[in-house]
Design a protein around this ligand. Sequence first.
Ligand SMILES: Cc1cc2nc3c(=O)[nH]c(=O)nc-3n(C[C@H](O)[C@H](O)[C@H](O)COP(=O)(O)OP(=O)(O)OC[C@H]3O[C@@H](n4cnc5c(N)ncnc54)[C@H](O)[C@@H]3O)c2cc1C
Length: 415
Amino acid sequence: MSKKVLIVGGGIIGICSAYFLKKEGFDVTIVDKSGMNAGASYINAGYLSPGHIIPLASPGVISQGLKWMFDSSSPFYIQPRLNTAFVKWLYAFNKSCTEKNVKNSIKPIIDLSVFSQKLLDQIKSENQMSFHYEKKGLMMLCKSEKHLKKEEEVVKRAVESGLSAKMLSPQDIKLIEPNIKIDTIGAAYFKSDHHTTPGELILELKKFITENGVKCLKNTEIESFDIDRDRIKSVTVSGKSVKFDEYVLSAGTWTSEICKKLGFELLLQAGKGYSINHHKETGLTCPAILVEAKCAVTPMNGFSRFSGTMEISSINNKLRMNRVNAIADSVESFYPSIKISETERNNAGFGFRPISADGLPYIGRTNKLKNVTIATGHGMMGWSMSTGTGKIISEIISDKKTSIDIDRFNPNRKF
Ligand SMILES: Cc1cc2nc3c(=O)[nH]c(=O)nc-3n(C[C@H](O)[C@H](O)[C@H](O)COP(=O)(O)OP(=O)(O)OC[C@H]3O[C@@H](n4cnc5c(N)ncnc54)[C@H](O)[C@@H]3O)c2cc1C
């Protein structure tokens, strides 16, 4: 009989893990407290971007966060709280904001995101899937010399690390994006980056895994865990005790709460972000990040999506209109022909990125419980790293050598 695996959390990471575990022949169940139809995995910018080589924990991030702390429309915000989990995370995060962390993170970031792009190509072609997926690259559009200079440094590092990237003049930008006026002085261009329409991709994957025997228990929470020494023996779900051989924790930002219930700590905070869907024809064809505003622009299938804000705060469902308006206003400032309506602004969606303490995901077995594997903490890169993470999870649980080196993703690492 095949081994039974329970995946806790069915966002993109849980779904990709289910896809590859099922392929390995496991009997897979996903349990998710939501309807598996909202949150970060649905409202994200859709980028598959190896070009995002700099982890969130990098020099200057904390001082920028402090500067913006009292600006309610700022794109990056850390809400100070007297909460032990937050204080421990902040201490570790601050310690990780070093050049050494950046240097040691570039290769693992590129390896996992490039591996993920290849796997997504395979998944699409092997299963004749039709989700929107384009390979047009990504422009980092700047309005100031200061930011353009910083982007130039990133391009240099990206090229040294084997990615295809270069700087663009306004004339070069016009050639890539000819049908819309852009107010910019230049850009960095990461040819390596791809983009998708998240809703299409995740729906097709979800349909595929359920048709292939993965059970999805939606709107369901685990009531209790029965732990026998160093293993989870069973879980209680809907009043019934059910046994599984292996457990994967991929509940995004909520994974730390589950770890706490299991008696160990995972340093993780929620990074709230917003996105606005715009349904008027724009002429946009190439994804772009508006660097000064930290806002992402994605031409999706039938609409454009504008997303941004990294609000490291307690988990809350408030739609902060000053942040949403800041995203919309920055788009209108870079692309003067785009006008985002009041209704589109009011209909903005939001989700929580699971932010680790050093900007790298946690992928691997925990040393606290023998049959528990962690898959979270991908922060701003969860979409880009999803298929690779799923494949690695299936390799770990099958006791196979992983396709790429996962040392830097060790969930037991010390900060
Ligand atoms: C505005 C925005 C733009 C982004 N753009 C990009 C991008 O362009 N490229 C990129 O790579 N990344 C991007 N990201 C990040 C990316 O979306 C996330 O890293 C990724 O979606 C995280 O996926 P996940 O499956 O780990 O978590 P989630 O999508 O949050 O899924 C977690 C799931 O676990 C469930 N859950 C929670 N608690 C429990 C529980 N106790 N029991 C059972 N289930 C539970 C939840 O209901 C949810 O379904 C963006 C994020 C945001 C917010």
